[in-house]
Design a protein around this ligand. Structure first.
Ligand code: NAD
Length: 341
């Protein structure tokens, strides 16, 4: 079976994708520098799949090390590139750190892939490229808007770098996957999201508040033009998202792609408001959440959810898990994490 490199494979989405790749029989090699993850995640993966992936602790900003990695693993058939820094607020404070980590790592990997007779490449992009879209649901043809943060800009620039490279490299096949809002954890609660410090995202903030790590959840604004006044997002279960990577990779490995650079939205197609997510959490956990409505937060998009037709019809993938499933698994995971503390 084909050997696949997963960069950032010990992170949140990467670890779930490694599990799904191994379940499909792929041989997985992980590169991660542990800047936002821990080596213990390997044990979680192994206890789910019964197989331990090869792990190379390596900083992808170190070009000579990236070169020697590819020289050693010249039989790699595909790369799923998750490794990146992802905190939007931090990217505003430290733009160069974000441009360096998210762009140089991408360039170094593409340079190595160009040397191979053929290669398949999957890139973690984001619905942030659409900003506040003019039309909902958002299709892949919606215009890319001026990025709101250096982080968002690295995704836009990343997509352009891949597109330009594919244009002049016919043997390179690439797909950029634009994720909506990944949430939840593996149903075994052996892997999940491990935010360092104060969570930037709603769901880990909810579970940490419910378990007592945070005192209260702030809901930023209830006067938006949405049915209950709170912002709307498309929350996709991380296991559904992970499976989409396996499908996208298979499309490239089996030459089913239509062009050598494609983009797909990955979402459920349904928008949920912040209050709906809180209600879903309270229902599945039986916990009452301490939250309060505060003023709007600058830069928040009002509403974003995916048009999933292209992913459903062309990739042949659709989500199976619900928001309730996601909240249940996230809560189970939070309880396991706190027990370990
Ligand atoms: N989680 C989200 O909400 C979301 C949404 C859209 C897109 N994305 C993108 O998906 C990808 C994965 O996100 P995630 O939530 O799993 O993040 P994560 O931080 O959990 O995982 C990223 C992993 O990459 C590693 N890493 C970072 N820089 C590295 C480097 N220079 N060399 C080697 N390893 C490095 C980190 O240690 C971490 O394990 C990222 O590219 C992110 O921008 C995430």
């Amino acid at each position: 079976m084909d050997k696949i490199l997963v960069t950032g494979g010990l992170g949140f989405i990467g670890s779930h994708t490694v599990v799904e790749l191994q379940n499909e029989g792929y041989v997985v090699v992980i590169i991660d520098d542990l800047s936002n993850s821990s080596e213990n995640v390997l044990d979680g993966i192994t206890s789910i799949t019964g197989k331990t992936p090869v792990f190379e602790k390596l900083d992808l900003k170190d070009r000579p090390k990236v070169e020697s990695f590819f020289a050693k693993h010249s039989d790699i058939k595909g790369v799923i590139h998750f490794a990146a820094s992802k905190a939007v607020g931090e990217s505003v404070q430290e733009p160069l750190l974000y441009y360096e980590n998210n762009i140089s790592t991408l360039v170094y990997i593409l340079k190595e892939l160009k040397k191979l007779p053929s290669a398949s490449f999957i890139f973690s992009s984001s619905c942030t490229v659409y900003g506040q879209a003019d039309e909902l649901p958002i299709t892949e043809n919606a215009p890319v808007k001026q990025a709101e943060s250096p982080y968002g800009n690295t995704k836009q620039i990343g997509e352009e770098i891949i597109r330009d490279t594919c244009k002049v490299t016919p043997d390179l096949k690439a797909i950029a996957l634009r994720y909506f809002n990944p949430v939840g954890a593996h149903e075994t609660a052996k892997i999940g999201e491990l935010p360092i410090g104060v969570p930037q995202n709603l769901v880990p903030f909810i579970t940490q508040t419910a378990i007592g790590v945070r005192e209260q959840l702030s809901v930023f604004g209830d006067d938006y033009p949405t049915p209950d006044g709170t912002c709307i997002r498309d929350y996709i279960h991380v296991v559904d998202l992970a499976k989409a990577h396996v499908v996208a990779l298979g499309r490239l490995l089996q030459n089913k792609n239509k062009t050598n650079y494609e983009t797909f939205n990955l979402g459920t197609g349904t928008g949920s408001s912040v209050l709906e997510v809180i209600k879903a959490f309270e229902k599945v956990s039986g916990e009452k959440l301490n939250y309060k409505i505060v003023g709007r937060r600058e830069g928040d998009v009002i509403s974003a959810y995916a048009d999933t037709a292209k992913a459903n019809n062309e990739l042949g993938w659709k989500t199976k898990l619900t928001l309730d499933d996601a909240m249940r698994s996230a809560w189970k995971w939070e309880q396991v994490v706190r027990k370990k503390d």
